[in-house]
Design a protein around this ligand. Structure first.
Ligand SMILES: [Zn+2]
Length: 251
């Protein structure tokens, strides 16, 4: 039986869905094994550098969060862009990915022609869902007053400027380390005077800077920007999370 209740996105009383996912499957579909399970890491395992993966069969679902329209049309619309543009490219004239190497030999990927509004709202919708989720895996993600501001951005289709909740990226793709195959428990760090929420999903680092007053800083120059570009720094093998935090000035 479905229940009526207040939808967390549109705030209207509606019939709520039995199952809404927090992180869409297509972001980690390659890491499912033959039994259709995928693996997760918990924060304590990362801190202790333990290879203690845990198999999950169901993914990250939660009931009675969203109405059908918000889940399927609004969030589903952003997800369709994410899925079809970057993760399994299907659209014509979609994002262009090129490899870069600087004079110090540091590698990066430059992604251009990515729709700033759609891609940003797609990623913010995952951050927001993790914040409203009561699933223990997302327990470190707590946006406080920013949860409401981001809810409105998602609902109003308003990605604001690229200094409003900037998103920065890193990649360990090609390093053949275990993190490349797993999803890590999202963690919260202090970033200058702001908060940084870090998701690591199948070798890609998504860093969300959560603050009301972000200035244009060197450490943010690679962010997803309004020119429809982003730079994903490559993190050398064996450096993993700590190296990423160093790149963005946390450690
Ligand atoms: Zn709704």
């Amino acid at each position: 039986m479905s229940e009526n209740g207040i939808c967390r996105l549109c705030l209207q009383e509606k019939e709520l869905l039995k199952q809404s996912h927090i992180i869409p499957n297509f972001m980690f579909k390659e890491i499912k094994d033959e039994k259709n399970r995928f693996f997760q890491f918990e924060s304590k395992d990362i801190i202790e550098k333990k290879d203690r993966k845990k198999a999950l069969q169901t993914g990250y679902f939660e009931s009675n969060l969203l109405c059908k329209n918000c889940d399927n049309s609004i969030l589903g619309g952003y997800e369709r862009y994410g899925a079809n543009s970057l993760y399994s490219p299907k659209i014509k004239n979609g994002p262009i990915v090129e490899g870069l190497v600087d004079t110090h030999g540091n590698r990066a990927f430059k992604v251009s022609n990515i729709d700033y509004v759609k891609f940003k709202l797609f990623l913010l919708s995952i951050l927001w869902r993790a914040s409203i989720s009561s699933h223990i895996f997302f327990s470190e993600v707590n946006l406080g007053p920013h949860e409401e501001k981001i809810r409105k951005m998602i609902l109003d289709h308003n990605a604001k400027s690229d200094l409003d909740y900037p998103i920065i990226f890193g990649s360990i793709l090609g390093n053949n380390t275990h993190f490349e195959n797993y999803i890590s428990q999202p963690r919260m760090f202090k970033f200058n005077e702001h908060k940084l929420v870090l998701f690591v999903i199948t070798g890609i680092y998504y860093g969300f800077v959560v603050s009301s007053y972000v200035r244009d800083k060197e450490s943010l120059k690679s962010r997803l920007n309004q020119k429809n570009e982003l730079i994903m720094s490559h993190i050398p093998k064996g450096k993993d999370v700590e190296h990423f935090l160093k790149i963005i000035g946390i450690k």
